[in-house]
Design a binder for this molecule. Structure first.
Ligand SMILES: NC(=O)c1ccc[n+]([C@@H]2O[C@H](COP(=O)([O-])OP(=O)(O)OC[C@H]3O[C@@H](n4cnc5c(N)ncnc54)[C@H](OP(=O)(O)O)[C@@H]3O)[C@@H](O)[C@H]2O)c1
Length: 259
């Protein structure tokens, strides 16, 4: 059954990885999806793929770090489909590395995309979400609750998103807008392949051994797939997840040990 039929969903960072999987999953659920990232060719391919499967999709290429880009994205969705029901803030690309080597620009860049991009898109879409009794879903990250020296920027950005989620969830009670967050743990996307390649090089081992090594130290069940996160996203923004409000859900194979 198409539980999202008639809904319009914006998904940021949807040209690949988790965002693409969420877009495809929501489209299979019957939603018309609005895709966005910086790369037009990659977006067009995802749009085509969704349309071939019988779904409805359109895309706009934008750099969401630019202050006016989120509002342009919301306008594009309204112009194309005349309503907005779901906003998934997924785009993010924070730099990892030694704290002392990370510059002000690195920090500003990380916050510009994942935090301010989300703030600005939610603000631009809120009146439409209020009108449609819609839903905001932020894709944060396990590092928000479990910070680490190797990802000071990512952890801080994700923690800020968790706080924003709780605050806007309260506003959402007043305005009839659902607001929640998923914290993915390690998920098999292009970013993970780069980290595995580093381990292979450092230890002189093959990919299979690198994956085993990777899941041994933080003790997790397995590496996640983008579709794992997409399935939970579809549940949260669908009718069965509607009672969730201000929830910060860890989907991470057990890596988060805090309560
Ligand atoms: N994968 C994981 O293990 C993991 C774990 C925890 C949290 N997360 C979070 O989950 C989200 C998705 O991660 P992912 O691994 O799927 O990432 P990914 O494969 O690197 O995809 C990132 C997406 O964001 C887009 N993007 C990057 N910079 C952008 C910009 N300036 N403006 C607009 N779009 C931009 C990318 O497209 P373009 O490059 O074409 O713009 C792409 O569509 C991120 O917020 C990440 O922090 C991921």
């Amino acid at each position: 059954m198409q539980k999202l039929k008639g809904k319009v969903a914006i998904i940021t960072g949807s040209s690949r990885g988790i965002g693409r999987a969420i877009a495809e999953r929501l489209a299979r659920g019957g939603a018309s999806v609005v895709l966005s990232s910086r790369t037009k060719t990659a977006l067009d391919e995802v749009v085509r793929e969704i349309q071939v499967q019988g779904g409805s999709a359109s895309a706009i290429a934008l750099d969401l770090r630019l202050p006016d880009a989120p509002a342009r994205l919301a306008e594009f969705a309204l112009k194309t489909y005349d309503r907005i029901d779901i906003v998934v803030n997924n785009a993010g690309a924070t730099k990892r590395g030694e704290f002392a080597q990370l510059s002000d620009e690195d920090w500003a860049d990380g916050f510009a995309l994942k935090f301010f991009g989300a703030v600005r898109l939610i603000r631009a879409a809120w009146p439409s979400l209020k009108a449609s009794s819609g839903s905001v879903l932020n894709i944060s990250g396990a590092g928000g609750r479990t910070p680490g020296a190797a990802f000071t920027i990512g952890g801080s950005v994700n923690a800020a998103l968790l706080s924003l989620t709780k605050a806007l969830a309260e506003l959402g009670i007043r305005d009839g807008v659902q607001v929640n967050t998923i914290n993915p743990g390690t998920v098999r996307t292009g970013r993970l392949q780069l980290r595995l390649a580093e381990i292979m090089k450092q230890k002189g081992i093959d990919l299979l051994e690198a994956e085993k090594e990777f899941i041994r130290s933080p003790s997790i069940t397995r590496i996640g797939e983008p579709e794992d996160i997409a399935g939970l996203a579809a549940f949260i923004v669908g009718p069965e997840g509607r009672f969730l409000q201000g929830a910060l859900i860890d989907m991470d194979g057990g890596s988060t040990k805090t309560i």
